[in-house]
Ligand binder design. Structure first.
Ligand SMILES: Cc1cc2nc3c(=O)[nH]c(=O)nc-3n(C[C@H](O)[C@H](O)[C@H](O)COP(=O)(O)OP(=O)(O)OC[C@H]3O[C@@H](n4cnc5c(N)ncnc54)[C@H](O)[C@@H]3O)c2cc1C
Length: 387
């Protein structure tokens, strides 16, 4: 399908596919096995100015938007869904600054992110606050010109590797969710340390780690927006970032489809390539239909967001949910097409299945996405028909 990308968007897509093919695909099994952080690939991306695609030109970026980020994430994830997250999670951690940062905060942080000198991360989740993010306990107590942060964030992507953290904490416990604020906290700030690094099922080339604040003093210049805006910033961040998770899912799914078609052409049974059997052709065709439909949804949602449409929560959730459910189905189908070989680590598709699973869980599980979609449907219905 031709998505009528601009010349620059096509160039970004082609460049990222080339990086995925030549620099990520060959090293993906190593990072999957070891769980090391892929700094060599991060350097390649930095040298190619990829981290700056969605950062304004005045701050050293290319001035693109959510669509450009999705194009990058999709192609890099075709190479490896885990390695691609060094870019994807930097985008997630940068959105609060892009959307709510003042000029000084942007000038201080964005050029380093655009150049790939500093990775970013977004820290919201805690041990007892996942889907129910309003249950966070990390506090930010005002002390003169500073806030003092205390608490532990869990499962933070790029945790320990990133230099810039956008952190949601309670600046006023008595107000619950309305008492949350978002801060920029830089690595090296006294009181910021990193805890347990997780050993995961998939996306093993991505670092997932605890981020710990113990009397961590952050100057008030690092407060994003105003006090009490923490959850608004978090929700807007997710609305902008979810097409990125969807793009990660589609990149993984496209790779599964490519691998399955190729394998079906070369694997012979009953004296014929298995691709000649209609039962298998239907599986491949259904995989392709779902992947293309997911891609079309993502690009539409991304274009809506970049075009300045205000109510994006539902469409962002729709593309994230559909693309991640598709990735899980399509990668599982790819394992089926490979038969017993698909179950073996030696072949590429079991990793795709493991990598796909997370896209249904993070940045709001797909159950939570369905809550968001249903809430928007009900609101739209009330607006149209009344109570
Ligand atoms: C690898 C990885 C990376 C991550 N990266 C980050 C990161 O960078 N930054 C960050 O802040 N967080 C991150 N997270 C956290 C992630 O966003 C949460 O795991 C996710 O929001 C779900 O929360 P939970 O795991 O606590 O599940 P829970 O909230 O405990 O949910 C458990 C199950 O219950 C379902 N459920 C919960 N509430 C409802 C409901 N109201 N209706 C229906 N079903 C419901 C869920 O869908 C899920 O199936 C990461 C997580 C992982 C695993």
């Amino acid at each position: 399908m031709d998505y009528l990308l601009t010349e620059e968007q096509q160039m970004i897509k082609d460049l990222c596919h080339q990086i995925a093919e030549e620099q990520i695909k060959p090293v993906a099994p190593h990072y999957d096995q070891t769980g090391e952080f892929p700094w060599d690939v991060v350097k390649v991306l930095a040298d190619s100015d990829i981290f700056g695609v969605a950062i304004p030109e005045e701050h050293g970026g290319m001035g693109g938007g959510v669509l450009e980020m999705a194009l990058v994430t999709e192609q890099l994830s075709w190479g490896c869904g885990g390695i691609a997250l060094a870019f994807g999670a930097t985008g997630l951690g940068t959105f609060p600054i892009l959307l709510f940062g003042n000029e000084e905060q942007k000038a201080r942080t964005l050029p380093d992110i655009a150049a790939g000198r500093k990775l970013a991360a977004f820290a919201l989740t805690e041990a007892d606050a996942g889907s129910d993010a309003g249950g966070i306990k990390t506090t930010a107590t005002k002390d003169g010109n500073h806030y003092v942060l205390n608490g532990t964030k869990q499962w933070i992507t790029n945790g320990g590797e990133a230099e810039i953290y956008t952190v949601v904490a309670l600046s006023d416990k008595s107000k619950g969710a309305r008492g949350a604020s978002t801060f920029i906290v830089e690595k090296g700030t006294p009181g910021l340390t990193f805890g347990k690094k997780e050993d995961k099922m998939g996306i093993r080339g991505s670092a997932t780690r605890e981020v710990i604040f113990e009397d961590c003093r952050v100057h008030k210049d690092n407060l994003l927006g105003r006090e009490g805006m923490g959850f608004i910033i978090a929700m807007k961040t997710f609305d902008h970032a979810r097409p990125g998770v969807a793009a990660q899912a589609v990149g993984i799914a496209q790779r599964a489809l490519d691998e399955a078609v190729h394998y079906a052409r070369v694997r012979k049974q009953f004296g014929h390539p298995i691709s000649s059997f209609q039962g298998l052709q239907f599986i491949l065709a259904d995989m392709a239909i779902k992947v293309e439909a997911a891609r079309a949804l993502i690009y539409s949602a991304a274009r809506m967001i970049d075009g300045g449409v205000k109510n994006i929560a539902k469409d962002s959730a729709i593309c994230k949910t559909y693309a991640s459910d598709t990735a899980m189905q399509v990668t599982t189908d790819a394992v089926q097409v490979f038969g017993g070989y698909g179950y073996m680590r030696e072949y590429p598709v079991e990793k795709l299945m493991r990598d796909a699973k997370i896209t249904q869980i993070y940045e709001g599980s797909n159950e939570i996405q369905r809550n968001v979609i249903a809430a928007a449907l009900i609101k739209e219905s009330i607006a149209k028909y009344g109570d």
